[in-house]
Design a protein around this ligand. Structure first.
Ligand code: OSB
Ligand code: MG
Length: 366
């Protein structure tokens, strides 16, 4: 398989409501979309790098530049296989969100050429996956409770609250109190705390959350191990886990007992599967994280979440949780679950009209 043409779109999708985390505030969601064409199929990959380098050092402008100037030239002229793309791109350090986008587009084209779905290719065993929802930091506890009530009415199986210093004990306590002990609850700090906050974070234990995600800095593995030993709430890592190697290090150190797998963050779906396999061999539960993906990225995440080790509810929510209008046909949930696409490759295409309406810049690469 050879790439005969590539097109890179910079897209801006208006969010239905602003999404606030400990690291920033988004009103419009920026994303990249790579379309490659080979002799026998088209493939799509979403670049999940955010507009600004606040979640990690990666950001969309940089990742699109890396895709265009550094990644595609390395694979452009040659015979390709998705399984060896990571090796082909190995000389470029980091930029995993860019690499994931390229590898996914190649994998999608390869699978469409063969007629196999991404879920089948990865070893998926589920037709539907359990959905959770990530709730941003709100202006008041009252608004938070209303929003959570709405998501529970929509059927979401677990609630994840974004927290930060000053918005932690109170919202978690209020949600626990209002919705009761059966609510499956977790919190995500996006690295907003220091190890010296340990006594404060321990006060979350009484609320019996199923996990606390990424309380400390991404390179603070020893601190996470110390926190994990001192808290009853399981620690989950997101930002820290950039590869299967990082996952093994974290597990050996006892820095976490749960892992959130995000394909963009780890360089693609094949590395994601390696982390899944590693966690399974350790008896560690995983779930699929989200980056407010459009339908293109969400379709691929559904395939990943269909693997057997994804035993916890995922940050995979319906289109209407994010967008008035998606780049694809809308994704919906029923009984808290979302169907895994079954068509070839990622199993869905962008709607050309939506793509035209939301694309702010396109470059044609060859
Ligand atoms: O830390 O999980 C995170 C969104 C953007 C960046 C980081 C995170 C998130 C989310 C949203 O929590 C999850 C989703 O896509 O629904
Ligand atoms: Mg997170």
């Amino acid at each position: 398989m050879r790439i005969v043409n590539a097109e890179l779109h910079q897209v801006e999708l208006p969010l239905r409501s602003a999404f606030r985390t400990s690291f920033g505030h988004e009103v419009t969601h920026a994303l990249g979309l790579l379309r490659i064409e080979t002799e026998d199929a088209v493939g799509w990959g979403e670049c999940v790098a955010p507009a600004l380098p606040h979640y990690s050092s990666e950001y969309l402008g940089a990742e699109l530049d890396v895709i265009e100037r550094h990644l595609l030239p390395l694979i452009g002229e040659r015979e390709l296989r998705a399984a060896t793309i990571a090796e082909d791109l190995h000389r470029i350090r980091g930029h995993r969100m860019a690499k994931s986008c390229v590898e996914t587009a190649v994998l999608d084209a390869e699978l469409r050429g063969r007629g196999d779905s991404l879920s089948t290719e990865l070893g998926g065993v589920r037709e539907r996956v359990p959905c959770g929802v990530s709730v941003g930091i709100q202006p008041s506890i009252g608004e938070l409770l209303d929003i959570v009530a709405g998501y529970l009415a929509a059927g979401y199986l677990r609630i994840k609250l974004k927290i930060e210093p000053g918005w932690d004990l109170e919202p978690v306590a209020a949600v626990r109190e209002k919705f009761g002990p059966d609510l499956i609850l977790q919190a995500d700090a996006n690295a907003a705390y220091e190890l010296s906050d340990l006594p404060h974070l321990r006060r979350l234990d009484r609320h019996e959350m199923i996990m606390l995600e990424q309380p400390l800095a991404s390179d603070e593995l020893l601190g996470h191990a110390e926190l994990a030993a001192a808290m009853t709430t399981p620690i989950c890592l997101d930002e820290s886990i950039t590869s299967a190697r990082a996952a093994l290090t974290a597990l050996r150190l006892g820095a976490c007992s749960v892992i959130n797998i995000k394909p963009g963050r780890v360089g693609g779906y094949l590395e994601s599967r390696r982390i899944h396999d590693l966690c399974r061999s350790w008896g560690v539960q995983v779930w699929c994280g989200g980056m407010l993906e459009s339908g293109i990225g969400r379709a691929a995440n559904l395939a990943l979440a269909s693997l057997p080790g994804f035993t916890l509810p995922n940050d995979i929510s319906a289109t209407e949780r994010y967008y008035e209008r998606d780049l694809t046909e809308p994704f919906t949930i029923a009984d808290g679950q979302m169907a895994v696409p079954t068509g070839p490759g990622i199993g869905i295409d962008p709607d050309p009209a939506a793509l035209a309406d939301f694309t702010v810049r396109t470059s044609t690469i060859r």
